[in-house]
Design a protein. Structure first.
Length: 337
């Protein structure tokens, strides 16, 4: 079970009110910078989707969605886990062209999340998706997109530091991105757990894109779970940054080039999810009706934590916490929103 740990001697850079001002500025800055860098337009997003559509993100396949009935619609709805599949359908409906994309302010509930410094049952992220051409389904295109996102983070940090000089006490994000695969990490540290490998690598390379998540490694186990029906497991990854407050690798984004019909067909079989082929989204994708895309989610509270130097995600978002977390934070003088 995960636990909340507040580092000894931790003191936030900003007081409670300045934190709120900085969160608002950070979110406005980053989404505008990201939209410009990747040619994305902002769209509205659903808080819940109809359960029968197959549009909800299944995450690792074991998390339970929050479900409820809508009597006057005669439908069963699910609060979203993320919008990975919904965004691709939206690009199809909006008839976006190659090189165009969308982003949205996504809010979700993940009821089965284990609570600690980084994890909350409330999830807020910038979900984005972009139409690409067949020639763009390659590692080079993926890497260029990652670099653009990291640059947007760096530009946002620079403005924040100018407005709130207290934040200059935190390290500046490096501009160079290290790219490494999950198999390379397993080959280097076979005795370590996946998270321990991430910590070891990112401590040396503070801005890293870890590639190839979802498929089995040589050991027979995947580095981490990924649903089979959005990312292509050979063309995806996580943006990991070194968190100087918590002294650990810190995931701020999960993203990737999405499955084409061949990749979806292959991954549904590997994951034992062939029954999904009958769902509307999956059927359209297998028939080649949906555009080829790249996309991902960027954690809003995660980025706020990192750029504002916070030790607990509850310092930058309002959620519900277990008694142990509340007590640990109170003992350390940490104020949860």
């Amino acid at each position: 079970m995960l636990r909340t740990v507040i580092p000894q001697g931790y003191a936030p850079c900003l007081n409670l009110y300045d934190t709120q001002k900085a969160i608002g500025l950070l979110k406005r800055l980053f989404e505008d910078t990201l939209g410009g860098a990747l040619h994305l337009r902002r769209v509205s997003a659903p808080l819940f989707v109809e359960a029968s559509t197959g549009l909800n993100d299944d995450l690792n396949g074991v998390e339970r969605a929050v479900s409820f009935d809508i009597p006057f619609a005669g439908r069963e709805a699910q609060v979203v886990h993320s919008l990975a599949k919904w965004k691709r359908m939206a690009l199809y409906r909006y008839q976006f062209s190659v090189g165009e994309g969308l982003y949205t302010d996504m809010n979700a509930i993940r009821r089965d999340e284990e609570l600690d410094n980084l994890h909350s049952v409330y999830v807020d992220q910038w979900d984005w998706e972009k139409v690409i051409a067949p020639r763009d389904r390659n590692v080079d295109y993926l890497k260029d997109t990652v670099r653009a996102i990291v640059r947007a983070m760096g530009e946002t940090q620079a403005t924040l530091r100018a407005v709130f000089p207290q934040l200059t006490a935190l390290p500046q994000l490096e501009s160079e991105v290290s790219f490494v695969t999950t198999q390379e990490l397993e080959d280097r540290w076979p005795a370590l757990s996946p998270k321990e490998r991430e910590d070891a690598w990112v401590k040396e390379y503070p801005v890293t894109f870890l590639m190839g998540i979802g498929g089995a490694l040589k050991s027979g186990a995947p580095h981490d779970g990924r649903a089979p029906d959005y990312d292509d497991w050979t063309l995806n990854g996580d943006i990991l940054l070194w968190n100087p407050v918590l002294e650990r690798a810190f995931e701020v984004s999960s993203m990737g080039i999405r499955v084409d019909p061949a990749a979806l067909d292959r991954q549904l079989t590997i994951a034992g999810c062939d029954e999904r082929r009958a769902l509307p989204f999956h059927r359209m994708l297998l028939e080649g009706k949906l555009p080829l895309t790249i996309g991902g989610g960027i954690g809003q509270s995660r980025l706020c934590m990192l750029l504002l130097g916070k030790a607990h995600i509850g310092e930058v978002q309002a959620s519900v916490w277990d008694p142990e977390t509340i007590q640990v934070c109170q003992d350390a003088g940490v104020v949860l929103l």
